[in-house]
Design a binder for this molecule. Sequence first.
Ligand code: SAH
Length: 246
Amino acid sequence: MSDKPVYRPAPVLMPQSGRRIDKIPERMGGPSLTSESARARLVETLRGLGISQPSVLAVMARVPRHLFVDEAFASRAYEEAALPIGYKQTISRPFTVARYAEHALQGRSRLGRVLEVGAGCGYQAAVFSEFCAGIVSIERIEALYAKARANLLHAGYPQVQVLHGDGLLGYPPQAPFDVIIVAAAGLDVPEALLKQLKVGGRLIVPLETQGQQVLTLIDRVSENHWKRETRDLVKFVPLLQGVRDF
Ligand code: SAH
């Protein structure tokens, strides 16, 4: 697989209104692998794995994951699997993205403002943008930041704000956030993120303990009190400090 960023021809396909494109052009892999029916099959798989919130399943049925993976993997876009996106990073499993959505929504149909740490190829940010008032996603690897931006524009999500930077610092200009999602595993809960969470808000972060990664939910219950709960075992790339300029 090439490590070069893939830029897609965004301007031609971008609707002036900034709304989603309904008819997504099929790419490599042919219609049966990248179409609505492939997404419908994925949704059935997710249901079987325990994803039950109808609004989450509906979003998973809508977002064109094949536009967020490199062409070489487009035919596998609707498999329930993580796939390489270059730079030793991966696009998360659809199940993980759907689980994050359920943990974030907690039965509600919409969210306020969301911060994502680790944009990767932009897919999870697209999913969250379908049910939140606004989302900003930070990526530390410059080439992936550029890829996420291009993918989001091409797939019809110009409203997602993507930034190149160190997500461990959060994003003070737009804090506090209703939900903060971290898409890479760390050893500790990043202090800045705790502080940039609204009272009543939730931080979702995979944390590594004793060689295992555990999805951790942290609710800010008051100004100085955070409640922590652990959930599913997960597998993420590492959360790293600083930025990479390539
Ligand atoms: N959200 C993605 C998954 C991305 S993979 C999806 O849609 O599937 C995790 C990403 O986190 C990688 O691209 C990695 O470069 C990034 N990352 C790791 N540490 C980071 C940090 N401190 N700040 C920002 N991004 C980080």
